[in-house]
Design a protein around this ligand. Structure first.
Ligand code: C5P
Length: 223
């Protein structure tokens, strides 16, 4: 039926930030409310997809009709996404921390009188999108996001090939745009065939349009 074009399709969506522990009470994270990722998971579910939402720590509720898995770190998020394979569709919306502390402390790091702050040695996190984009069980349709504050399009174009995505949803998250944490979003869809500008929309409307686009594309993809 036309109303449920994604019935029988499995989708994975990542959303929210990741938290990378420094010690039991401190962490490194990106700013992310999870609003856009959660809205996309909900929109795909409304079109009939069986959705696994892998979410970092957020303060918004799990959307109705999705199977939500809650994780903290990038490594946990990658494990949860890998466990959710196989899937037909994967949309990577999470603002994953690029780096984590090489060895997080078992106990709270104490401030020492007269000494400077303890240096933090960072190490690179796995790139979840890139891992799944080049995976033996790669979903037929892989969508990435690119939140940038400058050179939005050229950065998104570079990400397409490097990460193995079919398209990238690019947005400018400069503080002046109010997109981060806000309810609206202005995105551009960057694929091999070019750049498509979408108007200023609510995050719910971006999710609806994106889910509709995915529903158009999935039947055409080899699975
Ligand atoms: O490289 P950058 O972080 O800008 O890429 C953004 C895209 O890659 C988003 O789709 C994001 O969810 C995904 N990503 C990821 N794992 C990372 C970093 C980014 O899945 N470690």
């Amino acid at each position: 039926p036309a109303a449920k074009p994604l019935a029988g399709r499995r989708a994975i969506v990542t959303s929210g930030p990741t938290h990378e522990p420094i010690d039991p009470v401190r962490y490194i994270a990106n700013r992310s409310s999870g609003k856009q990722g959660h809205a996309i998971a909900a929109a795909l579910a409304r079109l009939g997809a069986e959705v696994t939402l892998v979410s970092g720590p957020v303060s918004i509720p799990d959307p109705a009709g999705v199977h939500a898995i809650h994780v903290e770190s990038a490594r946990d998020m990658l494990d949860a996404v890998t466990d959710a394979l196989p899937a037909d569709i994967a949309v990577f919306v999470a603002a994953v921390a690029d780096w984590r502390v090489a060895t997080s402390a078992e106990n709270k790091i104490k401030k020492k009188e007269g000494e400077g702050p303890a240096p933090l040695e960072l190490t690179e996190n796995p790139d979840i999108l890139r891992t799944i984009g080049h995976h033996a069980m790669r979903p037929a349709l892989v969508v990435g996001f690119a939140a940038e504050t400058a050179d939005v399009i050229s950065n998104a174009q570079a990400k397409l090939a490097r990460k193995g995505a079919d398209f990238i949803v690019a947005n400018d998250v400069s503080p002046a745009t109010g997109i981060m944490g806000g309810d609206r979003n202005r995105v551009r869809i960057v694929s091999k065939s070019g750049v498509e500008d979408w108007p200023d929309l609510s995050k719910a409307e971006v999710a609806e349009r994106l889910a509709a686009r995915i529903a158009e594309l999935v039947p055409k993809m080899a699975s």
